[in-house]
Design a protein around this ligand. Structure first.
Ligand SMILES: [Zn+2]
Length: 163
């Protein structure tokens, strides 16, 4: 059974490899990623967070957004800027505010191999940017503006329900 890799680990800071063929093991990895994300109560997960250095990430913010499974995702365009709080399953106790694009246009291949163009805004766009950053070997901790303690996080979340 795979499990979440926590910082520090080279797999988190190494750019991942593109997927050239969607095989049975790709599908199994996607299924595994979803199970582990739910188990860990996350809203997104990148394959290298499970020690698999391939360009696969998933995001499920809520029922409305649904599950987005992205193979070889790329951000095509960014609009606006927004600062909001983030956490990461690979940094269990770290929370902080990060500036991201407010709206993005992005592209990926889905599990059926279908090329997909999509657009996202707000916290969904944030989660997608966070996961694609992982696939590029980046970490949100390098972008934190203000780090929050668990108490500050609670106050922040009460204050500012994400939209
Ligand atoms: Zn993360």
């Amino acid at each position: 059974m795979r499990k979440v890799v926590t910082y520090p680990n080279d797999v988190l800071t190494t750019p991942t490899q593109a997927v050239t063929h969607i095989r049975q093991d790709t599908i199994e990895l996607l299924d595994d990623m979803y199970d582990i994300m739910l188990e860990e109560d996350g809203i997104g997960l990148a394959a290298n967070q499970l020690g698999e250095s391939v360009k696969i990430a998933i995001v499920e913010l809520d029922d409305e957004s649904g599950l987005i499974e992205m193979i070889n995702p790329v951000i095509l365009e960014e609009f606006g800027k927004e600062i909001n709080v983030e956490g990461c399953l690979s940094f269990p106790d770290v929370y902080g505010t990060v500036e991201r694009a407010e709206t993005i246009k992005f592209w990926y291949v889905n599990r059926e191999g279908v090329s997909t163009f999509d657009e996202a805004s707000g916290y969904l766009a944030r989660a997608i940017q966070h996961e694609i950053e992982h696939l590029n070997g980046g970490l949100f901790t390098d972008k934190i503006i203000d780090r929050l303690t668990p108490e500050e996080l609670e106050a922040y979340m009460e204050d500012k329900e994400y939209d």
